[in-house]
Ligand binder design. Sequence first.
Ligand SMILES: *Cc1c(COP(=O)(O)O)cnc(C)c1O
Length: 418
Amino acid sequence: MQQNKENQGKIMDTKDYIERENKYLAQNYHPLPVVLTKAEGVWVWDNDGNKYLDFLSAYSAVSAGHLNARIKKAMIDQLEDMDVPSRAFYTDKLGAFAEKLCQVTGMDKMLPMNTGAEAVETAIKAARRWGYEVKGIAEDQAKILVVDGNFHGRTTTIVGFSSDPAYKKNFGPYDGGFDIIPYGDADALEQAITPDTCAFMFETMQGEGGIIIPPKGYLKKVQEICRKHNVLLILDEIQCGMARTGKDFAFQHEIDKPDGLILGKALGGGIYPVSAFLARKDVMDIFVPGTHGSTFGGNPIAAAIGLEALNIMEDDKLAERSAELGAYLKDQLEDINTDCITEIRGAGLWIGVDIDPDVVSAREVCERLQHKGLLCKETHETVVRFAPPLTITKEDIDWAISQVREVLSDIADRHEAA
Ligand SMILES: *Cc1c(COP(=O)(O)O)cnc(C)c1O
């Protein structure tokens, strides 16, 4: 059957779309029961024509808004010229993207990949090889320190050092090259470092962990300790980078730059997977031809989109918007008088709301918000994450707040009645 654009009418019932996905797809996600068919800016529409404000923005991948006109144009323009030639050849696009990315981050060099997990794997390879070839660690002894509650993606190496059993159980054996230390505790870092430690890698602010912001001064202190012991400081800003926390990059709240930096998600403008590992020159120089690669990494479409995502971040002052509107959203949430909320944390338009599990589950809060036209997703059982596109307006935030207020007040009424 031909489905053309004019035929905007429903061709299947919502429940049939859901049943088909459930029948043919691995059940590694637990989506909210909504079937999305259209998106624009901060809004998405479902199969029944209902409109929702997107308060998740694909875990921060859609920070520039859905189908951002400039990202879309950059992609379409590139499709007029060239597709994927592989890195066997130079192109006219990759250098410009790399140059811009190094300029805005302050890093010396970059290595382009596609997904976040691949960029994390790249960081791990760089750190270990630097450990052997520059720091002089004995063969196969290099250790990378990571933190409790970490999230760096889903490959076997990465889940091997997760502290969440759901992510790692029965996917082993794991290679043991990682040690987990408490997050936000600089003394714990100093104690954990040995001569075999090549790097300390963590999220500048934790996303999947529940929007966890370490104590003020932590990053600065960590940098001093890493320097003192010749340990690479590698920050995963796949989720918290790209203006999400109110600065272009979250490390800029405290330090000039790390030794290694991992970016992804919003770097692809919400349209295409674009990730990168950035590092000091002497760290990146351990990669020589043949040591690493990616067929699609850094292709001209990715490069054109990544460059435009960076230009939009600057031109639209996304970091300032995030800081201002995020502070406003947090204030408004704090004003809601309810027993459901036990804590509100956040930086910029990236806010974690702790829900009291004795009153209601975070999942139910999200389901109820869905019925009010606000899409967000719980992380773990007790945290609701608010992360709208950074292009959102104050008016749309006001509307969202009133939905949150209504949902929490309904839940409070039910709780009191019980
Ligand atoms: C999403 C995420 C990743 C993994 O990115 P993928 O593109 O899903 O592989 C890694 N680190 C952090 C902090 C993330 O939020």
